[in-house]
Design a protein around this ligand. Structure first.
Ligand code: SF4
Length: 463
């Protein structure tokens, strides 16, 4: 069954990368063998956990040795407006006896213990490598536990060995489609209901956009999965339109919801002023197409005029300090282009952007923004990045934590743009934040001190 599911994900028609492959290539999936010295990203289990852990009021139970949960627990800053249960690490912590005799009873007991102690609206059970290899049938256990405790117990069959993090994201989406979405009916729905898919509310980014939507009377029926509640996900099939903010991770949810529930979707971004504006326009267009009153259009345009003006006014404080600064952007997916436009709006020059995890559409968008000669970096070793900073071909690095040392060793500023970041960069508000953080990093007085020769070296020169 798992093999069928994986093949279904590899055949996903919404993924252009899949569709450009031959049947034989498609069967192999997208995971590439690593070069010696390369560090692997997360496993498929990690990807599934990342995608679903932001559902805040459910218990996330990891069936496996304790290190699987230890490695994946709470490693992202996904915020919740209510329940904090999602941040409690639950694991069956299986041992040698479970490996010999099977861990299914142990799993059932753990589910019971969670329900007795916490009574969450649902329990998500994650499969990992060891119990998958000894043949523990988590689907059967979840089914039996659902019947026994009269509560949704959701199996997430994504053991680490089946592939990389991105495959895990999609298998998590399949679990929602198979067991959660469409299983409950909402008390009411409105013509202004939308779902946002692939937004994880990192550092509270969803909350930078929600006030804009609230102002227009647009209701986020469900965000999959940032700050989500179980019942909202179960009822999300009644929304009128879907916005997908990260095409690579959950395209299967958006496409299958369109197929099953006739909910149209678009891919958008809330990074940068123009992308935020475009996304608001597209949400409005889809809602009107689905039956919302046409006056929504005028209200959206009025909001855009007001908010853009406000954001530009605040950014103007920084643009004269940032104009012409050269930025190396080392991130992936939708951020490879959406952040480019955000930086250009802040007056900066993007000297290169990484496209390792980008789709064909992402690359086209980069060319639109940076021109046909855009410096798209497929892969850059830390040594090459270090050299680039040594030759002063960039003034600041925007990347995830793993690449930071290439800049820092060269005494160059670095701004965290990946999932572990502590600042929120969504919407008009987020753009002002991003520009402010880059300004703070570039003009930190520490750099002047750090670039001066050390006092003991100066003594040697004088001598
Ligand atoms: S690869 Fe397997 S054993 Fe390792 S963390 Fe992932 S699920 Fe656990």
């Amino acid at each position: 069954m798992l093999q069928n599911k994986i093949q279904e994900v590899f055949n996903e028609p919404g993924c252009s990368k899949n569709q450009s492959k031959s049947d034989k290539e498609r069967k192999k999936g997208c995971t590439k063998a690593l070069q010696p010295g390369g560090a692997a990203g997360g496993c498929a289990f990690d990807g599934a956990k990342i995608a679903l852990q932001p559902i805040t009021d459910v218990a996330h139970l990891v069936h496996g040795p304790i290190a699987c949960e230890g490695n994946s627990w709470d490693n992202r800053g996904s915020k919740s407006s209510a329940s904090q249960l999602y941040r409690t690490g639950f694991t069956t912590d299986i041992n040698e006896l479970d490996v010999v005799y099977g861990g299914e009873k142990h799993l059932f007991k753990s589910i019971k213990e969670i329900i007795d102690k916490y009574d969450p609206p649902a329990v998500f059970v994650y499969q990992t490598c060891v119990p998958a290899m000894i043949g523990d049938d988590i689907e059967a256990v979840c089914k039996a536990a659902s019947q026994k405790f009269a509560k949704p117990i959701i199996p997430v069959d994504s053991p680490g060995f089946v592939g990389a993090k991105n495959l895990g994201n999609k298998l998590a989406g399949e679990a929602l489609l198979d067991y959660v979405i469409g299983t409950e009916e909402p008390e009411y729905s409105t013509p202004y209901d939308i779902n946002i898919i692939g937004e994880y509310n990192l550092s509270g980014e969803l909350w930078q956009v929600k006030p804009l939507l609230d102002h227009l009377g647009i209701r986020v029926a469900c965000c999959i999965s940032g700050d989500a509640k179980y019942h909202d996900v179960a009822q999300s099939h009644r929304a009128r339109a879907n916005m997908m903010v990260c095409s690579k991770s959950m395209i299967n949810i958006a496409r299958k919801m369109e197929e099953r529930y006739q909910i149209p979707f678009f891919e958008g971004s809330f990074y940068g002023i123009s992308d935020t504006t475009e996304s608001l326009r597209e949400i409005t267009r889809l809602l009107i197409q689905q039956g919302a009153p046409a006056e929504l259009h005028d209200r959206t345009e009025a909001l855009i005029v007001r908010e853009e003006a406000r954001a530009w006014q605040r950014i103007a404080e920084y643009t004269h300090r940032l104009r012409g600064k050269r930025v190396l952007l080392f991130t992936g997916g939708v951020k490879s282009w959406s952040v480019v436009s955000a930086l250009q709006e802040g007056g900066m020059e993007v000297v290169g952007t990484s496209v390792k995890k980008s789709t064909r559409e992402d690359k086209e968008k980069i060319k639109e923004l940076m021109g046909q000669d855009a410096h798209m970096i497929d892969d850059m070793t830390p040594r090459e990045m270090y050299k680039m900073f040594q030759e002063a071909r960039a003034d600041v690095l925007l990347s995830g934590g793993r690449s930071q040392f290439a800049a820092l060793k060269n005494k160059m500023p670095w701004v965290d743009i990946n999932q572990e970041r502590h600042h929120a960069y969504n919407g008009y508000e987020g753009m002002v934040n991003l520009v402010k953080q880059i300004d703070l990093a570039l003009y930190n007085p520490m750099w002047t001190l750090l670039r001066k020769p050390a006092p003991w070296d100066m003594r040697e020169v004088r001598a």
